[in-house]
Design a protein around this ligand. Structure first.
Ligand SMILES: [Zn+2]
Length: 325
């Protein structure tokens, strides 16, 4: 018996359960900061996942994970980022709402600055969508622009548990390798938010990659390196446009999905996320961050002033260092 609820009995995005930052009173938030100042920011997408799956799938995959982690560790979750960046071959696919990279990166920087200024200076950017090529840019730009102590970690959940995403040929639980809206992703969705899934409409769709095999790891880098050393986004022209090659929205065979196939993977990602949060909070308890002089060469008095924040004597808000974020 695992400690995690699979599937959970509903979500918390509209409940007063002390999980979501936006749902708490300021009093509750201030109390939370005294005990745990780490926030998980789920970053999803709105994307076509085929007839039987909801366009919010990538977002719910990470909000449902984050909710269980908050319950287990006492950290807080931000309401998610619903619209994301998409690789070239997604362009034009109806029901995929594409935010340009520059806009998306700037938006994420601003969200990080806002949570930093609110006192949540430990952030886990928990990503549920194939936009892993762009989120680190936002983090590093935030770091360079502000040069203030913080701990910001980006987790692409599927990177943590490749062995649980593989097909049987590669020792995993699935018939087919993980791609998108397919057997694997639909199974994880059924394990985390079955109420949004209608399996009677699941479809199967195949496409022929335009690159010879052995190079692009089409499976979210879950396949062994020798089958494709290059992540899926390190090519343009090697994947046909989705809107042409897989108009179904599913890329793979969703009809094979079964939540039981995802159980090991859900347990493994939740175990890892719990350890990540607990390890950070153990090394840096609430209010504690790595030393200023190891992370910044700004004048120390400037950094100390923004760390105090605008309500304390001698303190200032973060935007006195730079605006816009
Ligand atoms: Zn997805």
């Amino acid at each position: 018996m695992s400690k995690w609820q699979i599937p959970p009995d509903g979500g918390h995005m509209e409940s007063a359960s002390g999980i979501y930052y936006q749902n708490m009173t300021l009093k509750e938030i201030n109390d939370r900061l005294e005990t745990n100042d780490l926030i998980i920011i789920p970053i999803g997408s709105t994307e076509n996942h085929g007839l039987g799956q909801n366009p919010g799938e990538d977002t719910f995959l990470v909000t449902r994970q984050a909710e269980q982690i908050a319950k287990a560790t006492g950290c807080t979750v931000a309401q998610p980022i619903w619209y994301g960046s998409h690789p070239n071959h997604h362009l034009g696919m109806p029901h995929s709402i594409i935010i340009p990279e520059e806009t998306f990166v700037a938006y994420l920087r601003a969200v990080m600055a806002g949570f930093w200024n609110a006192g949540f200076r430990k952030m886990i950017l928990l990503n549920g969508h194939g936009q892993d090529y762009v989120i680190p840019t936002a983090m590093h730009q935030f770091g360079k622009k502000y040069q203030v102590p913080s701990i910001i970690i980006n987790v692409n959940w599927w990177f943590v548990i490749p062995e649980h995403l593989r097909d049987k040929v590669h020792g995993g639980p699935f018939e087919t390798p993980f791609v998108h809206g397919d057997e694997c992703e639909a199974s994880f969705s059924m394990a985390l938010f079955p109420e949004f899934i209608q399996s009677e409409y699941f479809e199967s769709a195949k496409f022929e990659p335009l690159m010879p095999p052995g190079h692009i790891n089409k499976s979210g880098s879950a396949l062994p390196r020798e089958e494709g050393p290059l992540p899926f986004w390190q090519q343009v022209g090697g994947s046909p446009l989705e809107v042409v090659s897989t108009p179904e929205g599913t890329v793979g065979d969703a009809t094979l999905a079964d939540p039981e196939k995802a159980r090991g993977g859900v347990n493994a990602i939740l175990d890892y996320l719990e350890r990540l949060v607990n390890d950070i909070m153990e090394k840096y308890p609430a209010g504690v961050l790595p030393p200023i002089d190891q992370l910044s060469m700004r004048p120390k008095e400037d950094v100390e002033a923004v760390m105090k924040g605008p309500f304390e004597e001698g303190g200032r808000h973060i935007y006195t260092l730079a605006y816009p974020p």
